[in-house]
Write a protein that binds this ligand. Structure first.
Ligand code: HT7
Ligand code: ZN
Length: 876
């Protein structure tokens, strides 16, 4: 089929006002009776047929206003039900379909996860439940009756508020009726039926309304749901306080399921979660798991306003809800934890996932203008870069201007299916500004390259910054226009303090934000009596690749003194990256590796600064990943040389800083019971980073320390961190530790995922055989996305030397997995295949092997649209 294009958007011809669903759950033949109140859309094409989407549905009956329809009045194809000449007035359509939830391995529509019935309708899953105009601009009020065997599904949940429930007389079945008063698109529909335990709490909203909160989990797991409940209540309060958004139903339920294609889903009043993002206990979850749970619970809850009350007109507008909601969850976590550390980890994620996407064949704008398979556009670009664009709006408009724009958006578009233009118009109107050029951030793909050079004029007592921006060509976009780049800066004086900024041209640069709008621009500051060191793109104010003529000495100075914590972190990372690029070139040439003196000096100074937050120090000590280095090198990448250079660097840093690392390790020894709070997590992160760096030295003492850390740990964060140190750096201790860990947690699939993922990441030639062997392990199941992502996803995404083995065996393993998975779960297969996104930047041998693997996938008959799309664009 041809691609869907943004420019072809047409309003729906028919609207749906109400939907009454009667769903009779059955393991293999669930029956859905849908009563739709339809009417012609005054904005649609007159006299048009009613075209309803469908996918793998078995149609049992069809009636119009209570009268069964003659077979000549409609046509059913594998993708649609069309009423050829319906009366052009309000009418009721009753449609009866049957689906098989147990055979639904795509996990879209109605399916079963460990026996629990659940649904996933975004993006186009509702059409796998009943025939419907499955597009986000058709908003209807839903009433849902769910019926099931009481024994099989004692819990029956739907969107909105509970209305009634009871027994189905004369049978062993029961039912529940739910009504959602808020009009919504069908992608927000959900139901659940199963044998589940729950925890409940009440939340009283800002205006005093009581909301019953429930979290439903597999029997016996309620003790692990407490943190999610706490995060939910904090999210609800935060959204009231920071955005004025109050919850709008009597109940809010979350259900955790074990089989889920993504992280979670924001269905109205009934969020459904991958259980990985709900369940946590000190014994089973790491600090990172707790932080993820907090962020994802918040994210889905925040969608209640940004996504549900205001939804998207079409799927091209996906960033309207996702970018904005990621921005909101990032801000929530920043308020709940350390703001600088949160910013650092968000930017690391962006650079690690989105920058490579934007630099490769899968690059697309934050708002794409065409797609073949929408499921492939739930990407780092739409989510993470989309959030950066919202953050830039805030930087440009200031806190108050941003809040004014948000208030207007929430008010003006409540109940709408909106567009990016609608969103930007609110910020423009509320602030009296023109955002036409800013809108290019939504339309142009690729990461802008910003080059800055600074010159101090001693005689004139001024400082000049010359800024050049370029945007590389990306698929389908050879010519680019200059962007609006809000570049936050500071000028750091010799005493380490920020100098006053007095711009020469009266621009708003005194706020510390340079407004870069031209291909080349200069900014001059007056009254600069001493030579400053410029601190550029503070807080990572714009998602750009920045290069400057800064010396290593200046970077070292910033690493020690910058008042902006992000740039303090980034200065050391820049030193480390340039060292690693140089060392990689030396490794490839068989030459001696350079000594990392500058980096050792920067890290040493950070370690010595007792005033710094331990969580910040842990981030600052982290050596850029092999993928970071590959991205920096950009072309002709040899992952083995990078690995060699990075391993040598870690060993050198370890040797040079051992006494300080040991002292900090000892200083942060745990005291008291485990708590997941941010301060405790920060201390653990620092102590574990020290453990890791010390072990990188490979001394007997440091490996014994890691073993003791593993043996004595009383929580998953420490236990798993020590296990990964042993797995990566102590081949002799590795197997026993892995076996002990598995033995202890064999009954716990989410912990076993950690065990699978860790083994998939070991950078040694046996990794491939290990991964292959693990696919036959009792703990592994190809049908469960979490297991597949843990093992195959970690191998492809986090083990560059082995995925990109020069003999091509790594590429072949992943290609085989993709082909195999595609028959069951195309979404999962397509996501795995996206691991090839940077294949063109590899050196020629590996590039050829990646291309051969992609071509082998492409040639497989019967590929899904999902994989066809990814492989086509990857090779294109
Ligand atoms: N809005 C949700 C997206 C999602 C999804 C998309 C496609 C296939 C399955 C899916 N499950 C969830 C999640 C979110 O971003 O909040
Ligand atoms: Zn979302």
């Amino acid at each position: 089929p041809p691609p869907v294009r943004l420019g072809d958007y047409q309003p729906p011809d028919w609207l749906v006002d109400t939907v009454h669903l009667d769903v009779r759950l059955h393991p293999t033949a669930s029956r859905i009776i849908a009563r739709l109140a339809l009417r012609p859309n005054p904005e649609g094409r007159e006299g048009s047929p009613i075209v309803l989407d469908g996918d793998e549905l078995s149609l049992k009956s069809l009636a119009l206003d209570g009268v069964p329809l003659a077979g000549t009045a409609y046509v059913v194809t594998p993708t649609a039900l069309t009423l050829l000449a319906p009366p052009q007035r309000a009418l009721t359509l009753e449609i009866e379909t049957v689906v098989n939830p147990s055979a639904n391995t795509k996990l879209m529509g109605l399916y079963r996860s460990s026996g629990t019935y659940c649904t996933q309708c975004e993006a186009e899953g509702f059409r796998r439940i009943t025939f419907f105009p499955d597009r986000p601009d058709v908003l209807a009020v839903y009433t849902t009756r769910v019926e099931a065997e009481r024994e099989e599904a004692p819990v029956l949940l739907g969107n909105g508020n509970p209305v009634e429930s009871g027994a189905v007389e004369g049978t062993s079945r029961h039912y529940a009726v739910w009504h959602d008063p808020w009009p919504k698109p069908c992608y927000l529909f959900a139901l659940v039926g199963g044998r589940l335990d729950r925890i409940t709490e009440d939340f009283v909203t800002a205006t005093g309304k009581r909301v019953a909160l429930g979290i439903y989990v597999e029997p016996g797991k309620t003790e692990r749901a407490g943190y999610a409940m706490d995060a939910l209540k904090r999210s609800m309060r935060w959204d009231e306080e920071v955005f004025g958004c109050e919850y709008d139903l009597d109940v809010f339920n979350i259900v955790a399921v074990a089989d889920f294609n993504m992280g979670a889903m924001e269905n109205k009043g009934l969020n459904i979660f991958n259980d990985k993002y709900v369940l946590a206990s000190p014994q089973t979850a790491t600090d990172a798991d707790y932080a993820n749970i907090e962020a994802i619970i918040a994210h889905e809850y925040f969608h209640n306003w940004t996504g549900n009350r205001i939804t998207c007109r079409d799927w091209f507008q996906l960033c309207l809800k996702e970018g904005l909601t990621v921005f909101r969850d990032q801000e929530f976590s920043a308020d709940a934890r350390s703001r600088p550390v949160k910013r650092i980890s968000d930017v690391r994620l962006l650079k690690g996932h989105q920058f490579p996407e934007d630099a490769g064949p899968l690059a697309h704008p934050v708002r794409p203008d065409s797609y073949r398979e929408i499921n492939n556009f739930y990407t780092a670009t739409v989510y993470e870069k989309g959030a950066e664009v919202v953050r830039m709006l805030k930087t440009l408009l200031g806190d108050e201007g941003f809040r004014a724009g948000m208030d207007l958006y929430l008010d003006r578009h409540d109940g709408d299916a909106a567009t990016v233009e609608d969103f930007l118009a609110c910020f423009a109107d509320a602030n009296g500004v023109d955002l036409t050029q800013f809108a290019l951030w939504y339309a142009q793909s690729g990461t802008p390259q910003v080059t800055v050079s600074g010159r101090w004029d001693e005689a004139g007592r001024s400082y000049r910054l010359d800024v050049v921006q370029t945007l590389p060509p990306t698929p389908g976009q050879s010519e680019k226009l200059p962007m609006v780049i809000p570049l936050a800066i500071g000028l750091v004086g010799p005493d380490g303090a920020d100098m006053a900024l007095t711009p020469d041209d009266g621009s708003n640069a005194e706020r510390g934000v340079l407004l870069v709008t031209q291909p080349r621009q200069s900014f001059v500051f007056r009254d600069i009596a001493e030579r400053p060191v410029p601190s550029l793109n503070r807080g990572f104010s714009a998602p750009v690749k920045l290069s400057s003529d800064m010396s290593t000495a200046d970077l070292l100075f910033l690493a020690r003194h910058d008042s902006d914590p992000f740039n303090r972190f980034d200065a050391a990372q820049t030193i480390a990256l340039s060292h690693l690029v140089e060392a990689t070139a030396a490794a490839r040439a068989g030459a001696a590796l350079p000594a990392p003196d500058a980096l050792v000096a920067a890290l040493g100074a950070t370690l010595d600064d007792g005033a710094l937050d331990p969580a910040f120090v842990a981030q600052a000590l982290s050596i850029p990943s092999e993928t970071d280095v590959a991205r920096e090198i950009g072309e002709d990448v040899d992952p083995d040389a990078i690995h060699l250079a990075r391993t040598a660097l870690r060993r050198a840093v370890s040797g040079a800083l051992a006494p300080a690392l040991e002292a900090i390790y000892a200083h942060h020894a745990p005291s008291g019971a485990y708590s997941p709070d941010a301060a405790s997590a920060g201390r653990r992160a620092l102590r574990n980073t020290c453990l890791d760096l010390l072990a990188a030295g490979g001394t007997a003492g440091s490996l014994a320390r890691a073993q003791a850390h593993f043996d004595t740990a009383d929580n998953m964060t420490d236990r798993f961190f020590a296990l990964s140190v042993l797995a990566h750096t102590a081949p002799l201790a590795r197997e026993a530790a892995l076996a002990a860990f598995h033995e202890r947690f064999r009954e716990d699939p989410l912990v076993v995922d950690k065990w699978l993922a860790l083994q998939a990441q070991i950078a040694e030639p046996q990794a491939l055989e290990r991964v292959r062997g693990l696919t036959h392990h009792a703990a592994f199941a190809w049908s469960n996305p979490n297991r597949v992502r843990a093992l195959i996803g970690s191998f492809a995404g986090l083990n560059p030397t082995q995925f990109h083995r020069i003999d091509g065996a790594g590429h072949a393993l992943v290609a085989d997995a993709v082909i195999d998975i595609d028959g069951r779960n195309p979404q999962l297969a397509a996501r795995l295949l996206a691991a090839f996104k940077s294949w063109r930047s590899l050196e020629p041998m590996r590039r050829a092997s990646a291309e051969a693997a992609l071509r082998r996938v492409a040639e497989k008959p019967g590929l899904s649209p999902d994989v066809t799309d990814i492989v086509g664009r990857s090779l294109g």
